[in-house]
Design a protein around this ligand. Structure first.
Ligand code: GLA
Length: 789
């Protein structure tokens, strides 16, 4: 079937090769055979502009991710980008979908990135390829395969021989698929990216140089480029690569390119990621960015001949277990990657789309094509009741016993849950259970739920009731996406390190729990099916825990097939499979409450839905609605940090620095007269430069040697005010993202105060501060007082 489809595709492609197509500003000559190099010099950086076949070319790229779009919809989304006025598609290649197990590669079906590029070409679009190896992208482990972690001492994204050997192998495979599709060979690919934003990971030109050399060797003569932020691109910028900048809607564009212009006055300029919106994390409001600001930014860039890629133009969905997690801290991303992009998660145009199309039309000599017809209608599905079909443990894939608790990786489990069992000692009083559990841990004694330990909330402990010898402690540990940003990408899942019970009897008594039984439960449909088949007809009432953890199933009949949004509000936390397709994670806390179910995965007649709920539900019902719900939080408590008990009394404290910041964009540093040591930083703001609510994009502290201190353990202890509606909570001041910021509410009174718990005593010699990146740095700090205590 697949081969037959491919033949039809090839036939269509061959027919299309017959006629040349025009894309805004340039021509793709389709008469050229892909494997015959053409005489011109392809795509290059010329003086002040890019050159395509010798002619000036402004890149108007739309970022799309092929795994985030069902293959059946690829062409529709590409056509939408074309109708928007774009001339290029920009894509990442996601290593972990292509090499699910070491040395076994998959470039078929949904993973056929070459077919995606050919579709782009068929529709008159060029392509920019970003093959990593690391891609970030709010994708599990930033695109790196989890099995790399089986080598415990691996240094990811470094000159670690094993890592580099694996990267080389992968990059060769990618090049096998794509290198004959460059413009030099008559294909659509104009540029290839080397690594991704390495500046926010480290400084390592030898590593970047090796990645460049690998790509050069496997791709041949193609233009290679690097992308980074204006504040850090010099750290890793290689002289022979094109440099591009990443920044978001609202940014001060001249400021973003100032340093690049100084260093390379003749270089063409490109914003390789202009963020149209932003991604969402579990437990925080849905992110949006104003359409007007986005369009004005693009208008300004085009009026100055600056190329861009709009990240995302269509975000799509991180189906299954592919959503990653952000750091510092642990902030897993939701399933929807709508991104508040011009083309929404289900492929429809938004207000941003229409506004942008109007602007892009100004820069196009030809009339922009009409929008393609949507491949599917949007339909609703009446409420269905699912029945309990199997307990979680029925899907156990592997069981093991070991003295120490093992991680997922040690148990050869990529994604899913692990059930850890251990007999308890007798402890007559309440004890404190302490674990390092990645990520969502539920604790049971003799199958009775005691409580949860949630990594998102930085929890490590739970009070246990008195226990009797032989009672069974069970920890169900669900892994969420591996961290995709910053140094924390080496993100093991399961129980990490010792599990202890502590009692304070004057002296502290500690039991370190040894000898565990572990059961691995992969979170794929095959495991769900296995569990349900095993349990079929044999389910006893006792198999269903009071919480209702496990697999639920229903079948339903459809007369009309279409895209729909499955409402999961009544459920706890888990995964959904429709006709065997993994739709992604749900979690009652929100903000996402519906899961996008593409119509192409449904069928007329009977369909099957399976829900794996690791928390459980008392109301196992689902319905399909015609609009997504991406912004409904159901939190136990607010995300604000304004508990008055956490506010320090600074009246009698002595500040370590007092002064006034300069107005305007860009980093500033305050050097302390002498280093100060303490666990807490309190930054007090007495006024802002423009009288607007205070906004701070980033804060760093420097140690006694002037080096920036790590922020992995930082937490907000207190903030007098946080604009929670806009997700501008205090932690945004140290989230390693220069485009997000802490902002106080309009109504909040001065002085403002942010107190950060540094995790442990630190010696501080200076504070670095970055205001918002928008023109004029709105709400930037005026007079300040800094305390370390
Ligand atoms: C950076 C990365 C992208 C993505 C965006 C945020 O620019 O390069 O992969 O993570 O941030 O969406």
């Amino acid at each position: 079937m697949m081969n037959c489809k491919r033949n039809i595709c090839q036939l269509l492609f061959a027919m299309l090769l017959a006629s040349p197509m025009t894309v805004t500003g340039a021509t793709i000559d389709n008469n050229k055979k892909e494997d015959v190099p053409v005489a011109d010099n392809g795509f290059r950086a010329g003086k002040g502009t890019f050159l395509l076949n010798g002619k000036p070319f402004v890149v108007k790229a739309a970022e799309l991710h092929y795994p985030r779009i069902p293959r059946q919809y690829w062409e529709h989304r590409i056509k939408m980008c074309k109708a928007l006025g774009m001339n290029t598609i920009c894509l990442y290649v996601f290593w972990n979908i292509h090499e699910p197990q070491m040395d076994s590669f998959d470039f078929n079906g949904q993973n056929d990135v070459a077919a995606f590029c050919r579709l782009a070409k068929k529709n008159g679009m060029y392509v920019i390829v970003r093959p990593g190896p690391y891609v970030c992208a709010e994708w599990e482990m930033g695109g790196l395969p989890w099995w790399l972690l089986k080598k415990k001492d691996i240094q990811l994204r470094e000159l670690d021989p094993f890592f580099m050997q694996r990267v080389e192998r992968f990059e060769k495979e990618v090049a096998k698929q794509l290198s004959t599709l460059t413009v030099q060979h008559g294909g659509p690919i104009i540029m290839v990216q080397v690594e991704n934003e390495y500046g926010s990971y480290g400084e390592n030109k030898p590593y970047i140089s090796q990645i460049r050399d690998m790509l050069r060797k496997s791709w041949g003569d193609v233009t290679l480029f690097q992308c980074d932020w204006n504040s850090n691109f010099e750290k890793n910028g290689l002289d022979d690569l094109v440099w591009t900048m990443n920044f978001g809607t609202g940014a001060n564009i001249d400021n973003q390119f100032r340093r690049l212009r100084e260093l390379r006055p003749d270089a063409p300029l490109m914003c390789s990621e202009f963020w149209s919106g932003w991604f969402d994390k579990w437990g925080a409001r849905h992110e949006t960015r104003p359409a007007k600001d986005m369009v004005e930014g693009i208008d300004e860039m085009l009026s100055k001949g600056i190329s861009f890629s709009l990240y995302m133009t269509h975000g799509g969905t991180s189906f299954g277990h592919w959503a990653g997690a952000n750091s510092p801290g642990f902030a897993p991303d939701v399933t929807s990657y709508d991104y508040d992009a011009p083309i929404n998660e289900y492929g429809q145009p938004t207000e941003k789309f229409w506004l942008l199309r109007k602007t892009l039309q100004k820069y196009s000599t030809a009339k922009l094509p009409a929008l393609p017809k949507a491949p599917m209608p949007v339909v609703d599905i009446p409420q269905l009741k699912l029945h309990y079909a199997a307990p979680l443990s029925a899907a156990t894939d592997t069981m093991a016993w070991s003295r120490e608790p093992l991680t997922f990786e040690e148990m050869n489990l990529g994604w899913g849950s692990m059930i850890y069992d251990k007999e308890l000692p007798e402890i007559k009083e309440s004890s404190m259970l302490t674990i390092n559990g990645h990520d969502f841990v539920q604790v049971f004694i003799d199958n009775k739920f005691v409580g949860k330990i949630d990594r998102v909330k930085n929890e490590r402990t739970l009070v246990l009731p008195p226990t009797e010898k032989g009672q069974m402690l069970t920890l169900i540990v669900e892994g969420m996406g591996r961290i995709n940003f910053g140094r924390a990408i080496k993100d093991y899942k399961g129980l990490l390190g010792d599990v202890t019970l502590r009692v304070d009897r004057g002296d502290i008594l500690t039991w370190t729990l040894k000898d565990w039984r572990m059961r691995a439960v992969p979170d794929d449909y095959a495991s769900a099916k296995k569990a349900m088949d095993k349990a079929a007809g044999k389910l006893q009432a006792a198999d269903q825990t009071p919480e209702g953890i496990g697999y639920y199933r229903a079948t339903f009949k459809l007369r009309k097939v279409g895209d729909t949004f499955l409402n999961m509000e009544k459920w706890g936390k888990g995964q959904v499979y429709v006709n065997g397709h993994a739709l992604g994670r749900f979690w009652a806390i929100g903000p996402q409450q519906t899961l996008y179910c593409p119509g192409c995965w449904l069928k007329k007649g009977e369909n099957e839905i399976v829900v794996l709920d690791v928390v459980g539900t008392k109301t196992p019902v689902v319905w399909g609605q015609t609009k997504p719900e991406l912004d409904k939080l159901q939190l136990e408590k607010t995300n604000k940090h304004n508990n008055i008990g956490d506010k320090p009394d600074l009246n009698s404290a002595t500040p370590v620095a007092v002064g006034t910041m300069a107005a305007g964009n860009g980093w500033q540093s305050v050097k302390l007269d002498k280093p100060a040591t303490g666990r807490y930083l309190a930054l007090q703001c007495l006024d802002t430069q423009d009288g607007r609510p205070l906004s701070i994009a980033e804060i760093y502290l420097r140690d006694g040697n002037g080096e920036r201190l790590g922020r992995d353990q930082w937490q907000v202890k207190y903030a007098n005010s946080e604009n929670e509606m806009g997700n501008h909570t205090g932690d945004k001041a140290f989230d390693l993202q220069e485009s997000t910021y802490w902002q106080t509410e309009e109504s909040a009174e001065m002085p403002h105060l942010l107190v950060i718990d540094l995790g442990k005593d630190m010696t501080v010699s200076a504070l670095d501060y970055l205001p918002r990146m928008e023109q004029g740095a709105p709400g930037s700090l005026g007079r300040y007082r800094i305390f370390i205590y």
